[in-house]
Design a protein around this ligand. Structure first.
Ligand code: F6P
Length: 550
């Protein structure tokens, strides 16, 4: 159904006039005025807890935001996605990553195909294969057990598995060392190959399309290295497996298709960690924990499907994010995991959010009439505090932050976890409250500074505060909690896409650069005479060619 332009909807206009008032609100006053603010503006789901009370909004704002969600058809479109309608309009595909984490036996038939049976047949293969590698039955060509696994993939075929393997470090098999090679830059492959031995290394070539230039070049390099360092052609099957939707290309590459783990075009790359693309995760933590990871995501899916919007965590997270983006003009969203094992989570969310909603055209083909996806970035706390939090506290832009923490650590080192959580909670308090000039003066009153010196210092030591944040808590960073956390953000992204009326499931914006790179690559390698580019591009190509001939 064609959506009206967002700014013309009644609920957007109601929000806009409410925002004219709300932009003068101070978080300090909102907390002082309502002792129940925390219980009112928090929600539990699937083992996660979301505190969105430190945002510049109140219950009326939330009501108006949910009116907008209803008017834009969030519930209808959610149900369309979950039931397998072809909501990815530009590619005429269903969007069914949620089917990848459905328990066995849940009926889901799309285009006459029993999706649930297909998914579980591949999961059975993943289990059988990962069990054999982990328990040492799967041997390399010289009869030794596998010690190193190199996942070769990029974008969604890298970011999800790499993030999850790191996040679940505490659950990993002690013999298996995981490596991830994504970049076309040979330094990436070079660094990985320097650490592994052909007799004991398993390569996973992970690519939905099996045509991505970076992955194909890296896969070829790995195969050459294997063949030049002792492996023979007939040994390839023990050392190379593939995860893809493209059986023909996998076979052409020389991988035995009995060692291929398929998935389907209804799984977007950035939503694919739940599919066989998660093979490296299952190898690292074992199929039992991989199943827990899927179950955690499924629990969030069920919550998203069933909870009323007022208590629906992904919907609330999405609408609060929309409020900050639209009415506070927040151009970026900073992700601050207070958990070192979530180190790659901000990078993972960058692709999830920005490749999904970094769009300026509506599903109907018109221009969107508002801003869309903010820039997503971040780094683990407390490291971030000593790098860029200065700007977030006292800079000119307002940047909302998502704090993410586990209440209990997965290590037993004394003292660390309280120190970590203290910093996490202190930061969200500081962003909310700030520090007034009077408070700064009161602090300095007992010092031996002169009145003039105090006057000079006060503006520098004042914090405006009133800076929005969410806090997402889990008990521990378990496979289930990680699954729920990722699914939370997937559904948040979906809801925002519905509000903006963009197709969150295509990514045409990555194509132009790919085509131009192909042209320039053939110019650099001398096969084709340099095309007439602009003077800058011509100049850069000339410099690279000249340097390579030195
Ligand atoms: O170029 C962007 C993209 O298509 C991503 O959406 C995707 O995750 C990545 O490339 C890798 O694609 P593939 O898994 O097909 O190699």
């Amino acid at each position: 159904m064609r959506q009206p332009a967002l700014t013309t909807t009644a609920s957007f206009q109601a929000l806009a006039s409410h925002a004219a008032d709300a932009k003068h609100w101070q978080l300090r006053q909102l907390f002082a005025a309502d002792a129940q603010r925390f219980p009112k503006l928090t929600v539990d789901a699937a083992g996660l807890f979301l505190d969105y009370s430190k945002n510049r909004l109140d219950a009326t704002t939330v009501g108006l935001l949910l009116d907008l969600a209803r008017e834009r058809g969030v519930e209808r479109q959610r149900d369309a996605m979950l039931s397998g309608e072809k909501i990815n309009l530009t590619e005429q595909r269903a969007v069914l990553h949620t089917a990848l984490r459905m328990p066995r036996g849940k009926a889901l038939v799309v285009d006459g195909q029993d999706i649930n049976a297909d998914v579980h047949a591949v999961l059975d293969h993943v289990k059988e294969f990962t069990d054999r590698v982990r328990n040492g039955q799967w041997l390399g060509y010289s009869g030794k057990q596998i010690t190193d696994i190199v996942n070769i993939g990029i974008g969604g075929s890298d970011l999800g598995p790499k993030m999850a393997v790191l996040a679940l470090r505490s659950y990993a098999h002690p013999r298996l060392k995981m490596h991830f090679v994504s970049n076309v830059d040979g330094h990436d492959m070079d660094a990985a190959l320097a650490q592994v031995h052909p007799e004991t290394t398993l390569f996973i070539i992970a690519s939905k399309t099996f045509t991505t230039a970076e992955t194909m070049l890296n896969a070829g390099t790995a195969r050459n290295w294997f063949l030049q360092s002792g492996g023979k052609h007939e040994d390839l099957a023990r050392h190379f497996v593939a995860v893809s939707t493209n059986t023909k290309a996998v076979a052409e590459f020389g991988i035995d298709t009995t060692n291929m783990f398929p998935f389907w075009d209804w799984v977007g790359g950035r939503y694919s960690v739940w599919s066989a693309i998660g093979l490296s995760v299952a190898l690292a933590v074992g199929f039992g924990y991989f199943n827990d990871f899927l179950a955690g995501a499924h629990a969030m899916d069920e919550h998203f499907r069933e909870a009323p919007l007022e208590q629906n965590m992904p919907v609330l997270l999405a609408m609060v994010g929309f409020w900050n983006r639209q009415f506070l003009n927040a151009g970026s969203l900073s992700i601050a995991p207070y958990h070192q094992d979530l180190n790659r989570f901000p990078a993972y969310l960058q692709q999830l959010d920005m490749e999904s909603n970094g769009k300026r055209v509506t599903r109907g083909g018109g221009e969107v009439d508002t801003v869309t996806c903010p820039v997503v970035w971040g780094e683990c706390g407390t490291n971030a505090q000593h790098a860029y939090f200065q700007l977030l506290h006292q800079g000119t832009d307002v940047t909302p932050i998502d704090f993410i923490a586990a209440l209990r650590a997965t290590h037993d080192l004394a003292g660390h976890h309280d120190a970590l959580l203290a910093n996490c909670f202190a930061q969200s308090e500081a962003f909310m409250k700030g520090k007034t000039a009077d408070e700064v003066r009161a602090d300095l009153a007992g010092s031996n500074l002169s009145a003039e010196e105090i006057d000079a210092l006060v503006p520098h030591k004042t914090f405006p505060g009133n800076r929005p944040s969410n806090t997402i808590l889990m008990d521990q960073l378990t496979p289930g909690a990680l699954g729920a956390l990722i699914a939370l953000y997937e559904h948040k992204t979906f809801v925002q896409g519905v509000i903006w009326d963009v197709n969150s499931f295509d990514q045409w914006g990555v194509e132009l650069g790919k085509v131009l790179a192909k042209n320039i690559q053939s110019e650099l390698s001398g096969e084709v005479k340099p095309e007439r580019h602009d003077s800058s591009t011509n100049g850069l190509i000339f410099m690279a060619k000249a340097a390579q001939h030195i």
